[in-house]
Design a protein around this ligand. Structure first.
Ligand code: C2E
Ligand code: CA
Ligand code: CA
Length: 693
């Protein structure tokens, strides 16, 4: 196909050069030095330009002039992408109002800029195709199929690398859907219902398929009404002579069907698969029994099959179903004879029962009988059940809440190899309270300034001197006191609040560095933590730059600690962020190096400046020779790669001595300093300065 033509309008030669370089492999790039020249070129070529990248600030004939003028020509429909440094939303809105199609930010992030421009063109093409009558054969094929089945479809051709989406998709799903890249899950965020996303990713993972295959999945997708509706996705992968040729995806809106099933399930009292009572029946019946028997304790128990997914994969879903039916029958046999006993299947491999509780005897007997019965199921696989138990003293809580608590207890068994039974106890109750507090109060706490920064010094062990620090967040709660990040960070990472908090930390650290500069304090670099969840913010890098530059902080004074990820798709984002940060003059540290399973692999792709190794991942004592050897070789590998090493978690003199002996001099750990409030850090630094005098 012919190369498309891109017109780069910028007064700075260097910017035109960059744009030419970025786009020259895919476009013929023409350059113009101001708005007027650009208009002349367009007129001369009679609009024969596919896309324009426009600088706003240029002497005399600037970007605004250009946008104003082109509006009244025949060429007003050529897409215009504004290249700007101002990423405020007001500026953005104004430019879009003036007719800009999209914006890219300077300094250019190469992958992003090219991706955006290509996406715009792809969108254009799709729209044009929709307007034109269905002429191309792929299109007419798809449109016809759609009309006949009320389904829209997409086709990916492996040879050309092109995706075709039936333009009628617009009748079914949100219009941004066209930007989805089947091989990049991050493009699906927001468009696919978040809890369904993982399933979609593995569904689309074509991996090692050697013959034509077909699969189905039901998921929720965003529609233009901003609600998620159920679609059945069917994927057919065509393989010819061992080579993947194309995949066809069809999207069938099954929302009505799903709603109907849900309603039927709610109204019915029996679980479809196992024919024992369902959750609703269980909740109602148990609630009534507990209320009628005030003074009697009850054990509410939830259990499931460990690794049920694997069983399904290994033996097939029909075998899986038959195991579930077997368990249901046993459960019924065991509970039915117990007075005031109730039971049900909740969903999938999750069951529950409730029995009167007067000590562990009966409960243990029930559990043991169930476990023994399941062992009798003929399968070449150990079926293990794990149980979570909540003891209800009265009817203060609803049965639903009791089930949730049994579920919390059940989760606690998952990492426990010894026991498959666990009770909801005081510790879990406290945990539950903390979680509730955390989620309900996080926003207020941020506004109230309850998140405080502690600094933990990093030292050069040869001199004992402080050479920098890491910012670690603490929640100073007005009633609950100091809450550790280990309690709230995982929750914030799940609900997305972490990104807001991290920006706050970046800003607070920047402010502090600025304050130190004004006070004439010596400036040592401070590192901040970037959560993996932050990577999903498409503006992460520009936002970082904006925050840091607001306080005129030299970029070498603030460092970023990233953790590797087990997701290849995230790694791609990590590579991009690392690249951008370094190009912007920031240092990047790989945090917790060695804790993930792909450490070496990611090191190959992500060119960080510093490795942070947590010594506690490797239990080292003087006589633990193997751990010492591993550490030694990691350090020499780092040296070979020109990487600095910081060892964290150093708690003893022995560890410090050993590290010095293998040439790892920089450390962070309780042996030297604990994380401390900023004032204490300042004192420690001043003491060190005094000493040096
Ligand atoms: P991390 O980034 O690996 O931070 C080091 C953790 O090790 C800190 O825990 C620190 O107090 C602790 N530590 C330092 N020296 C020693 C030692 O000698 N022995 C032992 N056993 N531990 C030591 P902390 O402050 O509780 O933070 C826990 C984690 O929470 C951090 O691990 C980091 O992943 C996360 N975190 C903390 N602050 C932030 C933040 O502002 N943003 C994000 N995204 N994550 C943060
Ligand atoms: Ca860290
Ligand atoms: Ca760490």
């Amino acid at each position: 196909m012919d190369k498309k033509t891109l017109l780069a309008v910028d007064d700075a030669e260097i910017n035109r050069k960059i744009l030419s370089k970025l786009f020259s492999s895919e476009f013929d790039v023409i350059e113009a030095t101001d708005g007027k020249e650009a208009l002349d070129i367009i007129a001369e070529r009679q609009g024969n330009i596919d896309i324009i990248v426009l600088d706003i600030i240029m002497p005399k004939y600037d970007g605004f002039y250009f946008l104003e003028k082109i509006k009244n020509t025949d060429f007003s429909d050529i897409p215009v992408v504004i290249a700007t440094t101002d990423n405020s939303s007001e500026a953005e809105e104004k430019l879009l109002d003036l007719g800009a199609t999209d914006l890219i930010y300077k300094p250019f992030n190469p992958q992003n800029a090219v991706k955006r421009v290509k996406a715009i063109l792809a969108r254009r093409e799709n729209e044009n195709q929709r307007i034109k009558s269905a002429t191309s054969s792929v299109e007419s094929r798809h449109t016809m199929a759609m009309r006949q089945t009320n389904t829209f479809s997409a086709e990916y051709d492996f040879e050309t690398g092109k995706t075709f989406i039936d333009p009628e998709y617009i009748q079914f799903v949100h219009r941004d859907f066209v930007n989805i890249d089947l091989f990049d899950p991050t493009t699906m965020i927001g468009l696919i219902y978040r809890p369904d996303l993982d399933a979609v990713v593995s569904f689309l993972n074509l991996g090692d398929v050697h013959e034509t295959t077909q699969r189905y999945i039901n998921i929720r997708i965003l529609t233009d009404n901003n609600i998620y509706e159920w679609f059945r996705l069917a994927l057919t992968l065509y393989v010819e002579n061992g080579i993947k040729t194309k995949t066809i995806l069809t999207f069938n809106n099954i929302n009505n069907e799903m709603e109907a099933i849900k309603k039927l399930e709610i109204f019915s009292s029996i679980d479809r698969l196992t024919k024992i009572p369902n959750r609703n029946t269980f909740v109602e019946k148990t609630q009534a029994i507990i209320e009628e028997n005030e003074g009697q304790k009850f054990a509410i128990v939830r259990f499931d099959i460990e690794s049920f997914k694997i069983i399904n994969q290994l033996f097939g879903t029909s075998e899986g179903d038959s195991i579930l039916k077997f368990i249901a029958v046993k459960l019924q046999e065991i509970i039915e004879p117990i007075k005031n006993g109730t039971y049900c299947r909740i969903t999938s491999d999750l069951f529950a029962f409730s029995i009167p509780y007067d000590g562990d005897e009966l409960l243990n007997k029930v559990i043991d009988t169930l476990v023994a019965a399941v062992k009798m199921y003929p399968l070449n696989f150990d079926i293990t059940l794990s149980f979570g138990i909540y003891i209800a003293e009265n009817s203060e809580y609803s049965v639903r809440h009791m089930l949730d608590r049994a579920g919390v207890a059940q989760k606690a068994t998952k990492n426990n190899y010894k026991s498959h039974v666990s009770y909801f106890d005081e510790a879990l109750k406290e945990q539950e309270e903390i979680e509730i507090t955390i989620v309900s109060e996080m926003k207020r706490a941020l506004d109230n300034g309850e998140f405080k920064i502690y600094l933990q010094p990093k030292v050069d062990m040869r001199t004992g001197r402080i050479i920098g620090s890491e910012a670690l967040v603490r929640w100073v709660h007005p009633e609950k006191g100091l809450i550790s990040p280990r309690n709230f960070i995982p929750i914030f990472e799940n609900n997305g609040f972490i990104t807001e908090l991290d920006y706050y930390i970046f800003e607070t650290v920047s402010k502090q560095l600025d304050k130190w500069r004004q006070e004439g304090m010596p400036i040592l670099p401070v590192s901040v933590n970037v959560s993996r969840a932050d990577l999903y913010d498409p503006n992460l890098f520009p936002n970082i730059v904006r925050i840091v530059d607001k306080y005129n902080i030299p970029h070498e004074d603030i460092e970023f600690e990233l953790t590797e990820s087990s997701f290849i798709s995230d790694n791609h984002k990590l590579v991009e962020l690392t690249f951008n940060l370094q190009k912007g003059g920031f240092h990047v540290l790989m945090d917790d190096f060695g804790s993930g399973y792909s450490s070496l692999n990611s090191l190959k792709d992500i060119k960080v400046d510093v490795l942070k190794i947590d010594i506690n991942f490797l239990p080292t004592s003087k006589d633990d020779e193997r751990a010492g050897k591993i550490l030694t070789s990691v350090v020499s590998m780092a040296q070979a790669l020109d990487l600095k090493v910081v060892v964290e978690g150093v708690e003893t003199r022995d560890q410090a001595d050993f590290l010095i002996s293998i040439g790892a001099y920089e450390a962070q750990g309780y042996f030297f300093f604990r994380p401390m409030p900023i004032e204490d850090f300042e004192k420690a630094l001043k003491a060190q300065l005094e000493e040096a005098k």
